[in-house]
Write a protein that binds this ligand. Structure first.
Ligand SMILES: Nc1ncnc2c1ncn2[C@@H]1O[C@H](COP(=O)(O)OP(=O)(O)O)[C@@H](O)[C@H]1O
Ligand SMILES: [Mg+2]
Length: 248
């Protein structure tokens, strides 16, 4: 079943043409990635799927219906972890459930479940300032997951993390995706990250952004970043980005 369909959209902010004739389909349960140069409209695409913005022309659909508003079935996770500093980890994760008037008992069960899933069991009572960067990002992911969304939209989620934490988080994301069967759309400017994680990599042009190539990564997981297959996929993505980097 198809989950997300972007149907020939353009987007203008005043005179600025940000997106030009973007077409994109993400199937249910798929792990998709979008890579593209800074300012090409990646976050704009994601915000439209999240229901936080609308295209100038064309449509963005979820399961065949036009997306008009944000909803718990599609949640956005971004680089700035955006946890409330005055709330503990469990209170941060429970926040959306409080808004949805979920009972305290059920909140506790669901919060504990997702904290276990992201590897933060035992840190319920910690405040954000007592957590490492990776743990804060895990808490953000837990806060999204607790709403049981169908689609996870990640906008450069690991951009602020150090390289080693980043690799760990990538492995955790794969585990999470496999364990939950969610549809994932990851925006990244890290080509390796896209090739390591995604089933499908959509490459965007500089602004006005459009999809210049869709690369299918039919590779077993866990993927070996040094394998010939991996290097060939990375080359395909790099060539499509057209940044003149062909000597890998
Ligand atoms: N709300 C907005 N108003 C005006 N311009 C915007 C707005 N949001 C994004 N832009 C512009 O659209 C372009 C694409 O932005 P963005 O989608 O954030 O790019 P990316 O995520 O690929 O770096 C940028 O030039 C940015 O300045
Ligand atoms: Mg962005």
């Amino acid at each position: 079943m198809q989950t997300i369909r972007i149907d020939n959209i353009t987007k203008h902010f005043g005179n600025l043409e940000v997106l030009s004739n973007v077409d994109l389909t993400i199937e249910k349960g798929e792990f998709a990635a979008i890579v593209g140069p800074s300012g090409c409209g990646k976050s704009t695409v994601l915000r439209m799927i999240a229901g936080l913005d609308t295209p100038t022309t064309g449509q963005v659909l979820a399961n065949g219906s036009v997306i008009r508003d944000p909803g718990p079935e599609r949640v956005l996770i971004f680089q700035e972890h955006a946890l409330y500093p005055w709330r503990t980890v469990e209170a941060n994760v429970a926040f959306g459930l409080e808004l949805a008037k979920v009972s305290a008992a059920e909140r506790r069960t669901r919060v504990d479940e997702v904290l276990e899933l992201v590897g933060l069991s035992g840190f319920q009572k910690y405040y954000p300032h007592q957590l490492s960067g990776g743990m804060k990002q895990r808490a953000s992911i837990a806060r999204a997951l607790v709403l049981n969304p169908e689609v996870l939209l990640l906008d450069e989620p690991y951009g602020a993390l150090d390289a080693i934490t980043r690799l760990t988080m990538q492995n955790e994301l794969i585990k999470l995706w496999r364990g939950t069967g969610k549809t994932v759309l990851l925006i990244t400017h890290d080509i390796d990250e896209a090739v390591y994680l995604a089933d499908t990599i959509h490459v965007m042009s500089p602004r006005p952004g459009r999809i210049v190539r869709t690369v299918k990564a039919d590779m077993e997981r866990p993927r070996n970043r040094n394998s010939a297959e991996f290097v060939a996929l990375r080359r395909q993505v790099m060539e499509s980005l057209d940044i003149g980097v062909y000597s890998i």
